[in-house]
Ligand binder design. Structure first.
Ligand code: SF4
Ligand code: SF4
Ligand code: SF4
Length: 250
């Protein structure tokens, strides 16, 4: 598309996947109502979930998944060296995600549990930002496609993007969802960054904190309320460590 014969600036975007379920990539192929506009704004040069084609250089690398093997470290360093902008895509890339749970286990026991006698290389899980410099982190398990679209637009326009500072509770209240605490469930909404439209509480689940911390989360007050509601330290800490983005016992 062009106007008066002038080509718009369309950054070359490449997607890369490391340790994760590839659900964040899948999200980018979803949201059909805006897919045509999204693809018109950028040039996809590598996105193996939708095409086997790979075309040369790129301006923006969207990196999904945590880092758990030496070959992943080498691949990530090469991506960092080539790209202008490196974006960590999703909670695995931003925080290590659910993969990080294994870091609290004995590596030998964990390896045997998963691989049996066919032991595999498996380093302690690291986020992308613990291995290379990251320009932007987009949290979520999976990421929100509308949010990724907005962020890509900001990158094209050269305008910094601000994530919501408010917690999930705000959007939960706006949608008149009955609080999960009142139904005897644990919910990390008071600590977690909003922007997901509080879809888990709306769907009948407490929040698990996939979007990382809201601005200035009040951990002591959260612990006080959770304990008052009868949740044990273990239940609270297991929930807080699930995606790797929140703090554990204050
Ligand atoms: S953040 Fe969630 S959806 Fe994305 S790759 Fe990791 S596990 Fe999959
Ligand atoms: S359900 Fe969770 S997110 Fe919603 S108001 Fe209650 S604590 Fe906050
Ligand atoms: S409610 Fe919590 S766990 Fe669910 S999508 Fe939002 S931030 Fe993630």
């Amino acid at each position: 598309m062009n106007y008066l014969g002038i080509e718009p600036v369309r950054p070359r975007v490449a997607l890369f996947s490391f340790t994760g379920c590839e659900g964040c990539q899948l999200q980018l192929a979803n949201h059909e109502e805006s897919l045509a506009e999204f693809l018109a704004a950028i040039r996809i040069v590598r996105f193996r979930e939708i095409s086997s084609s790979e075309q040369g250089e790129y301006d923006i690398a969207l990196v999904e998944g945590a880092i758990t093997r030496n070959d992943e470290v080498e691949r990530l360093l090469a991506i960092r060296a080539q790209t202008k902008v490196l974006v960590a895509l999703g909670s695995c890339a931003c925080y290590g995600g659910v993969n990080r749970l294994k870091n609290s286990l004995d590596p030998a026991v964990m390896n045997r549990e998963v691989y049996g006698d066919l032991s595999q290389e498996s380093l302690p899980t690291r986020s992308v930002g613990e291995v290379v410099t990251v320009d932007l982190e987009i949290p979520g398990c999976p990421v929100s496609k509308p949010e990724v679209e907005r962020i890509i637009q900001h990158l094209i326009w050269g305008i910094p993007y601000s994530f919501p500072a408010y917690p999930v509770c705000l959007e939960c209240k706006q949608s008149f969802t009955l609080c999960r605490f009142q139904q005897g469930e644990l919910c990390l909404g008071p600590l977690t960054r909003g922007g997901c439209r509080a879809i888990c509480p709306a769907g009948g689940l407490g929040c698990w904190g996939c979007r990382g911390p809201a601005a200035d989360p009040n951990y002591p007050e959260f612990f006080a309320i959770a304990r008052q509601q009868g949740f044990s330290e273990r239940e609270i800490n297991e929930r807080l460590t699930f995606f790797g983005g929140l703090e554990v016992t204050p």
